[in-house]
Design a protein around this ligand. Structure first.
Ligand SMILES: *Cc1c(COP(=O)(O)O)cnc(C)c1O
Length: 368
């Protein structure tokens, strides 16, 4: 069994993917070929955002968004420490200061009720992460941002396709940044990502920053990066879009079935998905006391599992300078309890049953 079954997905889409790749090899426009604009149009329409700018990775999407909004050294960005490091990393890379706010214990997303206390005259943006594929309390976060004149950047690397009150993730705030890393809900076969915004000027800034700050060829209007997503990767995502709606339905159904099978299992607590939100389950993650032993037992039974994430960012050496004022006990606790189980649109019911049986027996063995 695979943790994320990309081979089954390729078998199902082989004809479309091979054909799309061949078309790129035939026309030979490997950088900014026609598939780039085609994908950007399709994804913008899918999310409802006015603009989509594909970029080299999810990390690059965060970086370029922060550059486009003009983040300066010393500026503060409020974010969550319970995430992949890239979120805070791009703030620090630009000389900004990540200000860490704790998470809600049941969703693992930033606790919006704690944000306003952390706003100072240096705060420029709020960067919530739609962890495990579920959006944070974006209405409340947007309202706080509006009161204080801040930008909101959704780190939607894990949530492409999720909905929040009927709207799509990536189209909920100033910027939505997603990743097409292979194991994400919509993945390519290498690195890729995209920025979404409905602000024309910010979209233009992102487009320029993506190609070394050029507003026209060899006209460098600003400092940028080499941040393009290549044509082949765009072609692969286009092929994968052909059954993406089906994959989303599968992800919702598999998540629901896991919840039903595990409900009431002693020693397992389920992640809460809030009303009016759908969770695309980039990971299917539960809370388990004494996780280490359970993780070992699962591995021994051939059931792959993973921890997202064992140690919150504010406790990582590289971010020590920004940890002093961080008071994030829920993030630390979650780091000791979360466990992600095999998840992908192609996970079969027998496979899922096997995971649940293995987990139940691991828990039973533990309690003796
Ligand atoms: C994967 C991920 C990223 C980085 O995306 P890449 O495409 O790997 O650069 C950023 N933030 C979160 C929350 C992620 O899960």
């Amino acid at each position: 069994m695979e943790f994320v079954d990309l081979k089954a997905q390729y078998r199902a889409l082989k004809v479309q993917i091979d054909e799309r790749i061949q078309r790129v090899l035939d026309h030979g426009q490997y950088i900014m070929g026609p598939e780039v604009a085609e994908l950007e149009e399709r994804l913008a329409a899918f999310t409802g955002a006015r603009h989509c700018i594909t970029v080299a990775s999810g990390t690059e999407a965060l970086l370029i968004s922060l550059m486009a909004m003009g983040l300066k050294p010393g500026d503060e960005v409020i974010t969550t420490p319970f995430t992949f490091a890239a979120t805070a990393e791009m703030i620090v890379l630009l000389g900004g200061k990540p200000v860490f706010v704790d998470i809600e214990a049941d969703t693992c997303n930033i606790d919006a009720s704690l944000i306003e206390d952390k706003i100072t005259d240096r705060t420029r943006a709020i960067m919530p992460v739609s962890l495990y594929g579920q959006c944070a309390d974006m209405d409340e976060i947007n309202a706080i941002a509006a009161r204080h004149g801040l930008a909101v950047i959704e780190d939607a690397a894990q949530s492409f396709g999720a909905t929040y009150k009927g709207r799509r993730s990536c189209n909920l705030s100033t910027f939505g940044c997603t990743s097409f890393f292979p194991s994400k809900p919509l993945g390519c076969y290498g690195d890729g990502g995209a920025i979404f915004t409905s602000d024309d000027a910010l979209a233009q800034a992102c487009r320029e920053i993506r190609v070394h700050g050029q507003s026209a060829r060899y006209v460098h209007t600003r400092v940028g990066v080499g941040g393009r997503m290549d044509t082949l990767q765009c072609a692969i995502v286009l092929a994968k879009l052909e059954r993406f709606e089906w994959e989303l339905a599968q992800r919702f159904a598999i998540g629901k079935r896991y919840d039903e099978l595990l409900a009431g299992t002693l020693g397992v607590e389920l992640l809460k998905v809030r009303d009016e939100r759908s969770c695309v389950r980039s990971q299917y993650t539960v809370f388990i006391e004494g996780r280490e032993a359970v993780q070992k037992a699962l591995t021994k039974q051939g059931v792959p599992c993973a921890v997202h994430y064992p140690r919150p960012v504010h406790l990582q050496t590289a971010y020590a300078d920004h940890a002093a004022k961080a008071d994030c006990p829920q993030s630390v606790l979650a780091g000791t309890r979360v466990l992600s189980l095999p998840m992908s649109a192609d996970l079969t019911q027998p496979q899922q049953d096997r995971v649940v049986r293995a987990l139940s027996s691991a828990l039973a063995a533990r309690t003796g």
